[in-house]
Design a protein around this ligand. Structure first.
Ligand SMILES: Nc1ncnc2c1ncn2[C@@H]1O[C@H](COP(=O)(O)OP(=O)(O)OP(=O)(O)O)[C@@H](O)[C@H]1O
Length: 915
């Protein structure tokens, strides 16, 4: 850097010392030199004398410009000339006089240069100001150093090679500087410097006068502007108008990049933006939206300082942002080039803080001290305007809330089922709240948990594991979510991540950042929680009051829904009982012999006594009993007596004849069916299992049960629960099983026609009833028993049986067992006219013989094969193909079986194949 002044630096050579004296003091001069210098000096002195006459005429800046253009430029070469004045703060200076022909005008930062205060102590301007003589700055010699101030850099970039600066002073105070710029190197001579020093001295009083005049004008202008702004502020009714006043009027008064007004929450804990300037220089930062739409917690020393300050507060962003714990917004400002911020606290009439007005600047020392008073003046009017805006907004918000409330209430009143609520939360509420998902949980008094009742979620999360887990999660009553406040509460989900709160973690995994919840109540009772969830932070700051109001309507609708559901489920239960009672009634009407006991079983012989012994052991147990025996031996009679002697005697014994029903109906008969579950299922019907609940289910002819149904039966017996055909609900049953068959189940198992596992499950307590031919000693008692029964039924007076007839009975083989004997006695009583049965209408020996010989007919191999295939087909309910079909059981391939059916002339009757 090369800065030079006359070699007589430090002396006021214009007033006290001539140029010649100064030069001669500095070095020896020859007499010729001295004569020439004296001539020059006399010439310039004359020049300055005539100059001073011009200068006294100067009144305004335009006169100055004219002087520079027309007079100064004739004295020496310079490109343009400017004057800078020191600001009131004494730390900065600003452009005062600008040369309209300045070549710097083309520089992109020219506007910045001429409008911004520039730091004075930068090593250039302060030196010139402190120097008694003009100084030259040789730009070329500056080199590339960081220390070059930005405004000097701009000049150099605009082609300036050299500049001379001289201080202007008045009453000992150096208040400004005059600058002559040149685009030529080594342009300024010693003589030029001497002239510039003279010009500086002469021009100082004129400049001081103009400044004083301008300051007066400025004050008047500021007062006018303040008046105008105050008036404008006083008449605004909304945020946009207020922003307009700032941008159009205040920006005319002084430079700032943008503004922001923040208001304080009622509890004084948070500051949130009321008005954001769309011209903010920070608006392109990715965090701007987030920070600008959020709120600032008033919990740091920085904000405390602003809020407690009575006067506008100016601070450097760099210095504040560097302090520990500085708010995020300061970092954002720093990043986006904000250098200085002026804040003033807006106060209510009671002096309590209402908010903050912040003005931003992109230069250090951008805010002059002068503006403090102006901004303070504006802040009073601004506070009133903001209070008014907030009041008006509050009124219109309440109106809007009431309108929304009415709209939502109308929808809620019409709620009949959950889907109606779902529609409201997935469509209607979306117009007023900013949420992505919603969740209503209902309090379960017995489990003391909150359980999902209704939810609405984004499509993309519906299938996710987190969401599925979330809706299954029951929130324990004592979780931190449940507090006693009835106000809506906003929860930051980040705070839940490290907690034990499972539901909180699940919604975090679903991408939820924040949720608001409100209690649903019915009188004093909490019935549930209503939660709106959002992926964004700060989504619900404005929603509290409306949600609070809506929650009452929601509570009512949900309480009604729950009550209706309860009534519906009770009605359904009543209907079920009613249906069951009707079934039971019908059943009891069919079952006339329901009251049979062991007394009705006739059997004095040893065989039957053994049976009675077994029965007495199992009567009171709940065990499954399997009654075996030929047809007519009394299996059903024994089953009924067993039931009537058990602890279940006051409930039904329900009989299912497994052989009598087509295979496809047995399942519905046993387990019931839902309406529409198959063609013909026009009504819901409960099955025999449900009908026999707490009683006994008698499965007669269990050996005839189709194989596929055997599996379901086994499950029902083992699990003690059933599902209706076409239904999904699992129904618990408490049923005792008594099964009977005249088949040899063991053999059936071996042949693969009866499931082994089911056989073991029902063969817990087998009782075999002996055929009548093996207990003929019971025949007299049985005969007497039936004579008495049928004589009473027919009204005949028959009391005994002749010895001959008895002999006939004792001689007979009784293939139909007790049933055959009973029928024979019945027929004989009907046909008899006197008091003693003498004639038994037994099949005669011959026919017996005939029958016998007929039964001795030896079947051909083909006949046997035909009968066998028919048996299997009937067992499979005519099904040939697939698992458990006839082809599989016969271990034949399908085409072979079909050709055999054709060849053996096997045909199907109405329901079964006939032999
Ligand atoms: N020991 C008995 N005392 C009195 N009556 C009996 C006796 N055994 C059977 N009976 C009567 O015989 C008839 C047939 O009995 P039951 O229906 O119980 O036989 P079952 O073994 O179940 O026959 P099926 O195997 O053909 O169903 C019934 O009227 C029953 O009352």
């Amino acid at each position: 850097m090369n800065m030079q002044g006359p070699e007589v630096e430090g002396k006021d050579f214009f007033t006290k010392q001539t140029y010649i004296e100064a030069i001669s003091e500095a070095h020896e001069v020859s007499p010729e030199e001295e004569i020439s210098l004296m001539r020059e000096a006399l010439e310039e002195k004359g020049t300055l004398l005539s100059l001073s006459k011009e200068i006294v005429k100067i009144r305004a800046k335009k006169d100055l410009n004219k002087l520079i253009k027309e007079t100064f430029s004739k004295l020496f070469y310079f490109y343009h000339c400017t004057i800078a004045i020191v600001n009131e703060d004494k730390k900065t200076f600003r452009a005062f006089l600008l040369d309209p022909d300045s070549r710097i005008k083309i520089h992109e930062k020219y506007q910045h240069l001429i409008t911004q205060p520039i730091v004075l102590h930068n090593g250039f301007d302060d030196r010139v100001l402190n120097s008694d003589v003009p100084l030259i700055i040789d730009f070329d010699a500056l080199g590339e150093t960081d220390k070059i101030p930005w405004h000097v850099r701009i000049m150099r970039e605009s082609g300036i090679m050299e500049v001379v600066g001289a201080a202007l002073s008045m009453d000992q105070e150096r208040f400004a500087s005059i600058w002559f710029y040149s685009d030529r190197k080594n342009n300024f001579t010693q003589r030029d410097l001497w002239l510039i020093a003279g010009i500086a001295t002469l021009i100082s009083p004129a400049i001081a006068n103009i400044i004083a005049g301008e300051q007066v004008e400025k004050k008047i202008r500021e007062a006018d502007a303040l008046l105008f702004i105050s008036d404008a502020i006083a008449s605004v009714n909304n945020r946009n108008d207020l922003l307009d006043v700032f941008n159009k009027s205040l920006k005319k008064l002084f430079y700032f990049t943008h503004s922001m007004i923040l208001t304080l929450s009622e509890d004084g804990q948070q500051l949130s933006p009321l008005i954001l300037d769309p011209d903010s220089i920070s608006r392109h930062d990715p965090d701007y939206q987030h920070i600008a739409s959020g709120w600032l917690a008033v919990n740091d020393e920085f904000l405390d300082r602003i809020l407690s300050s009575k006067d506008p507060f100016i601070f450097d962003v760099l210095a504040e942002a560097g302090k520990e714990g500085s708010p995020d917004c300061l970092q954002l400002n720093l990043r986006t080039g904000v250098k200085q911020i002026m804040c003033v606290t807006l106060r209510r009439s009671d002096q309590q803080p209402l908010g903050i007005l912040a003005l931003y600047n992109d230069t250090i020392n951008g805010f002059s001290e002068n503006y403090r008073a102006l901004i303070k003046g504006i802040s009073y009017h601004l506070s009133t305007a903001i209070s008014k805006i907030l009041y008006l907004e509050d009124i219109s918000r309440r109106d809007e809330e009431n309108r929304i409330l009415l709209e939502i209430s109308n929808e809620l009143v019409a709620v009949k089922e959950k889907n109606d609520i779902l529609k409201i939360i997935s469509v209607s509420l979306k117009k007023y709240f900013n949420y992505t998902d919603s969740h209503i949980v209902i309090y379960n008094t017995s489990a003391r948990t909150y359980k999902t009742y209704i939810f609405h979620a984004r499509d993309q999360v519906l299938e996710s594991q987190e969401f599925q887990a979330m809706i299954r999660t029951e929130i324990p009553e004592n979780e931190e979510i449940i507090d006693y406040s009835h106000q809506p509460i906003i929860v930051n989900v980040d705070d839940l991540v490290d907690s034990e709160f499972q539901w909180g973690q699940q919604i975090h995994q679903m991408g939820i950042s924040e949720y608001i919840r409100v209690k649903l109540t019915d009188g004093d009772q909490i019935i549930g929680l209503f939660m709106l969830l959002s992926e964004q932070k700060n989504a619900f700051a404005q929603s509290k009051s409306l949600l609070q109001k809506i929650s009452f309507q929601f509570s009512k609708a949900i309480a009604n829904l729950i009550a209706n559901e309860k009534i519906a489920s009770q009605l359904e239960q009543i209907n079920r009982y009613k249906q069951q009672l009707e079934e039971e009634k019908l059943y009891l009407q069919q079952e006339v012999s329901a009251g049979l006991t062991y007394d009705d079983i006739v059997g004095f012989g040893t065989e039957m006594q053994k049976v009675f012994g077994l029965l007495s052991q199992v009567s009171f147990a709940n065990s499954t009993v399997l009654i075996l025996g030929e047809t007519g031996t009394g299996k059903e009679l024994v089953a009924r007596a067993l039931h009537n002697s058990s602890s279940r005697k006051n409930k039904l014994m329900v009989k299912v004849n497994c052989a009598a029903l087509p295979a496809n109906l047995i399942e519905s008969e046993l387990f019931g069916h839902e309406k529409g579950s198959f063609t013909g299922a026009t009504e819901r019907r409960i099955g025999k299992f449900e009908l026999a609940n707490h009683g006994t289910l008698f499965l007669d002819e269990i050996g005839e049960m189709p194989l596929d149904l055997q599996v379901k039966l086994l499950r029902a017996i083992q699990e003690k629960e059933i599902e209706r055909v076409g239904g999904t609900a699992v129904i618990k049953t408490d049923v005792r099983i008594i099964a009977a068959t005249n088949r040899n189940l063991q053999q059936e198992v071996e042949a693969g026609w009866f499931r082994r596992d089911l056989y073991y499950r029902i063969n817990v307590f087998p009782i075999t009833l002996p055929p009548l031919r093996d207990r003929k000693d019971d025949i007299p008692a049985l005969a007497a028993h039936f004579i008495k029964k049928y004589a009473r039924n027919t009204g005949k007076k028959i009391t005994s049986i002749s010895a001959g007839a008895m002999q006939q009975l004792m001689a007979y083989n009784w293939p139909g067992n007790v049933r055959e004997l009973e029928h024979l006695i019945e027929r004989s009583v009907l046909m008899n006219s006197n008091g003693i049965l003498r004639q038994m209408h037994l099949p005669d020996i011959a026919s017996q013989q005939k029958d016998y010989s007929a039964s001795l007919h030896i079947k051909t191999y083909q006949e046997n094969e035909r009968d066998y295939i028919i048996d299997i087909l009937n067992r499979c309910d005519g099904r040939i193909y697939g698992r458990g079909g006839a082809a599989e059981l016969l271990d034949l391939n399908i085409s072979t079986l079909n050709s055999k059916i054709k060849k053996l002339g096997i045909r199907k009757g109405k329901t079964r194949y006939k032999k």
